[in-house]
Design a protein around this ligand. Structure first.
Ligand SMILES: Nc1ncnc2c1ncn2[C@@H]1O[C@H](COP(=O)(O)OP(=O)(O)OP(=O)(O)O)[C@@H](O)[C@H]1O
Ligand SMILES: [Mg+2]
Length: 338
């Protein structure tokens, strides 16, 4: 059974069409991410599912119940926003308990549920603090706890970590993923950050201009982008046209050819390469960029500029600007794209 099924959902604001007849399914316990550039319609889609925005047409099912016309509070959906949206005049405890109070649950039951989620998001000791006394990461964990305490059928998250610094963001991703697995929660996450999508998701729905342009596992989206938008948005792919692919790789194709920077090798004398590492070409280093664990070289090859990533190992040879080298391509990782 699908936890969430969206059928032919359509939404326009005045003259501008956000999406038209968009359809997808999310399975129970799945962590799915909508990834796409700013303005492609991610937030509008989540808001339609939550019931905060009314679609023009189409249907939304939760556990096969049609909830398209249900008010938000009856949908069994919780939503976490980038801006936390906490009540500033309420403590952490009261913020988390707010929804339970509205549901008029017995006080003792409220308390045990609140305690449970406070432990889950590791906010013990902060119960009596006010939002202004917390860090951004702590506020977002309060917002998450406030959603989880209602035991939603589906948790929607709209760029929940994008206001936080990189270190906290990475930590919270891991924490969220652990909680989601522990509770077997169906989660729909939105981000425009490809690294975030790749690290957090079971499945990524890549979105552009109101359309799902690719739907697959994080691994598939990264290694097998099916179209040039995916290539441009996901990796730092080298994109070759027909002529370039023929000259460099001897490939005759009607399609563009995508090669990842880490699929290109710098040939070392005396080293043996497997059979699929081939197509030697001469190149010249234009410049290099230290990315941390990786050094990205821009290499000029037959008038073309290629990105080549090498691991930043102290034992490895470094190449100065102007250095001449020979490149090899991993033929197994060369992709045709539309
Ligand atoms: N309330 C509204 N009234 C009019 N137009 C809107 C409204 N909300 C969104 N739009 C338009 O709909 C389109 C999609 O917006 P949406 O917020 O869904 O994009 P997004 O993918 O979430 O972008 P971002 O990554 O910047 O958050 C945009 O062109 C936006 O200007
Ligand atoms: Mg948005």
């Amino acid at each position: 059974m699908m936890a969430l099924r969206v059928e032919k959902l359509t939404k326009a604001f005045q003259e501008s069409q956000v999406f038209s007849e968009i359809s997808f399914h999310i399975a129970q316990g799945e962590f799915a991410t909508f990834l796409g550039p700013s303005g492609c319609g991610k937030s509008t889609l989540l808001r339609c599912i939550a019931g905060l925005t009314t679609p023009d047409s189409g249907e939304i099912f939760i556990n096969e119940n049609n909830i398209t016309s249900e008010p938000p509070r009856l949908r069994g959906i919780a939503m976490v926003f980038q801006s936390y949206a906490l009540f500033p005049n309420m403590t952490v405890w009261d913020n988390i308990g707010f929804g339970l109070k509205m549901k008029k649950l017995p006080v003792t039951q409220q308390s045990s549920l609140i305690e449970e989620v406070i432990a889950l998001v590791e906010l013990q000791g902060k119960e009596q603090k006010y939002p202004a006394e917390l860090s951004g990461g702590q506020c977002q964990r309060v917002a998450l706890a406030r959603s989880l305490v209602l035991k939603p059928k589906i948790l929607l998250m709209d760029e929940p970590f994008s206001a936080l610094d990189t270190r906290i963001r990475k930590k919270l991703r891991v924490q969220l993923r652990t909680i989601q697995k522990e509770l077997n929660l169906t989660a729909l996450f939105v981000t425009h950050d490809q690294e975030e999508a790749l690290t957090i998701s079971d499945r990524i729905l890549l979105m552009n201009e109101g359309k799902i342009v690719q739907d697959g596992t994080a691994e598939q989206i990264y290694t097998e982008p099916s179209n040039s938008f995916a290539v441009r948005f996901i990796g730092n792919y080298n994109l070759l046209d027909n002529h370039q692919a023929r000259t460099l790789l001897g490939i005759t194709s009607d399609h563009q050819i995508a090669v990842r920077p880490e699929s290109i090798y710098v040939r070392e004398d005396g080293r043996n390469y497997p059979e699929h590492v081939r197509h030697p070409v001469k190149g010249k280093v234009m410049d290099s960029l230290l990315l941390g664990n990786v050094i990205r070289y821009r290499v000029e090859v037959a008038g073309l500029e290629l990105k080549v990533d090498l691991l930043n190992r102290s034992s490895e040879r470094l190449f100065a600007t102007g250095a001449e080298l020979q490149l090899l391509f991993n033929a197994q990782e060369i992709r045709e794209v539309d």
